[in-house]
Design a protein around this ligand. Structure first.
Ligand SMILES: [Zn+2]
Length: 123
């Protein structure tokens, strides 16, 4: 049931398609980088993580609800996920790369997502 480490998920593929249509070249799941990022743009020293809103706790997002039953179980699980995400982002920063998180819910608004990506990649 863990959706955390799964690869080639639908949202991830959508982001790849979008990047491709924008003309960016990228690599996938580079094991030599912290967190083995979903999408890697070596030319821009940028990694992209495509995060599910529920598992990775997108703040103020309607998809990041907490199940009513076994609340404590979920909360500790979520806490661990968020902690891990932050640690990975910190490690990426420490090697001089930037990391971008794309939330699953952002993929639906492609115009906005394109602007976000361009802002990150044309700094
Ligand atoms: Zn969200």
């Amino acid at each position: 049931m863990s959706a955390i480490k799964s690869k080639n998920t639908k949202p991830e593929i959508a982001v790849r398609k979008l990047l491709h249509s924008m003309g960016y070249r990228f690599r996938l799941h580079r094991k030599d980088l912290p967190g083995s990022p979903d999408i890697v743009l070596p030319k821009y020293k940028t990694v992209i993580f495509v995060h599910g809103c529920f598992w990775h706790r997108h703040e103020n997002c309607k998809y990041a609800s907490t199940p009513k039953t076994r609340k404590e179980f979920w909360e500790s699980k979520f806490k661990a996920n968020v902690k891990r995400d932050l640690e990975i982002q910190e490690k990426i920063k420490n090697i001089g790369w930037q990391s971008v998180v794309i939330w699953e819910c952002e993929i639906k608004k492609q115009d906005k997502l394109i602007i976000k990506l361009e802002n990150f990649l044309n700094f």
